[in-house]
Write a protein that binds this ligand. Structure first.
Ligand code: GTP
Ligand code: MG
Length: 313
């Protein structure tokens, strides 16, 4: 092995070794070939890389994969980003079409979706970003999906509750998440509840998986339980809404501040205004839904969803 390989080359070689898919291997080999020092001492290595690259390209074409792995970063917007993961034809795109203004293609055949499509779903007074993704299945998975999942705040598993392959599909997706070291999905959305026999299938699914996931049965087509789905996404994000009010005034309910569950009055103050954060003595706590009227709370007090805070400095 020639001694003068560059750090760029060695990094590309490490990428090759950890490549999970054929497309990732092709991309890594391309980078290795581009970064290998070009001189007499590396001629054998260059020839070897070219041979391996053409081999890897053939393999990736066989599997219908792309030549190199494109990267799709979906910029986060709203209170949280939720990646929709599921087998082909589960209704992921239909869900995004129905709940947001986005318009990904929906079709009765599998592998319709090829690219990520974000859209904003309204839950009460917050916007949650859903990201429609191509399917995950043993036949094929776009190699960039794990990157999008890793970047999202969480993923939701969307399945067709009537699919004969349902349990295999869930197991396959769980294994895929494990092998890519992805945080497991935090919610299971069982779609197509409008079809005959779906309720019984949902009950069976709950028997098997209720201990592992919160499960929401829904029908995108019949617009059934979509509100439950939105609420479940909000809960899974583990965020809380906090409103502010000035003394003697009404609460500012137009746009809540979003905090992580477990955040304190001090964290809320920091988000609202630097002056509140620095000089905060105490806050008065109200509830948007009524109650707690003006209770005095300290900085370390943990806020609850829909708390209304009046800061005193
Ligand atoms: N009966 C019924 N059909 C549905 C429902 N939701 C989606 N579909 C149908 O299921 C098919 C697949 O829907 P898509 O939204 O394209 O599925 P997908 O999960 O995005 O599929 P891929 O992009 O291939 O992964 C379409 O024919 C939809 O009309 C539902 O709630 N009930
Ligand atoms: Mg789709």
């Amino acid at each position: 092995m020639p001694a003068n390989l560059t750090p760029d080359y060695l990094a590309a070689e490490r990428e090759f070794k950890s490549a999970q898919s054929q497309a990732e291997k092709v991309a890594a080999l391309e980078r290795m070939l581009a970064t290998v020092p070009k001189h007499k001492g590396t001629e054998k290595l260059q020839a070897d890389l070219k041979r391996r690259l053409s081999q890897a390209r053939k393999e990736s074409q066989k599997k219908g994969a792309a030549h190199s792995a494109p990267f799709y970063a979906v910029e986060r917007e709203g209170a949280g980003q939720v990646a929709l993961i599921g087998p082909p034809n589960a209704g992921k795109s239909q869900l995004v079409c129905t709940l947001t203004h986005a318009d990904p293609e929906v079709a009765a055949y599998p592998f319709t979706t090829r690219f990520p499509t974000p859209g904003m779903m309204t839950f009460e007074d917050v916007q949650i970003q859903l990201v429609d993704l191509p399917p995950v299945s043993p036949e094929f998975m776009e190699p960039w999906i794990p990157q999008v999942v890793r970047y999202a705040n969480l993923s939701v598993l969307v399945v067709d509750v009537n699919d004969a392959e349902l349990l295999k599909q869930i197991e396959f997706i769980e294994r895929t998440f494990e092998s890519h070291r992805l945080a497991p999905p935090r919610l299971l959305a069982a779609n197509k509840l409008d079809l005959p026999g779906a309720e019984a299938n949902l009950a069976a699914l709950e028997d098997l998986y209720a201990a592992r996931y919160p499960i929401v049965g829904l029908s995108t087509a019949a617009r059934l339980h979509l509100d439950r789905f939105a609420r479940a996404c909000f809960d899974a994000l583990e965020i809380v809404r906090v409103y502010t009010k000035a003394p003697g005034k009404k609460a500012e309910i137009a746009s809540p501040f979003i905090l992580r569950r477990g955040a304190t009055v001090q964290d809320a103050a920091r988000l609202v205004h630097k002056d509140f954060a620095e000089g905060l003595k105490f806050a008065r706590l109200f509830r948007l839904t009524g109650g707690h009227d003006g209770l005095m709370v300290e900085r370390a007090h943990v806020v609850q969803d829909q708390d209304v805070l009046e800061f005193h400095i």
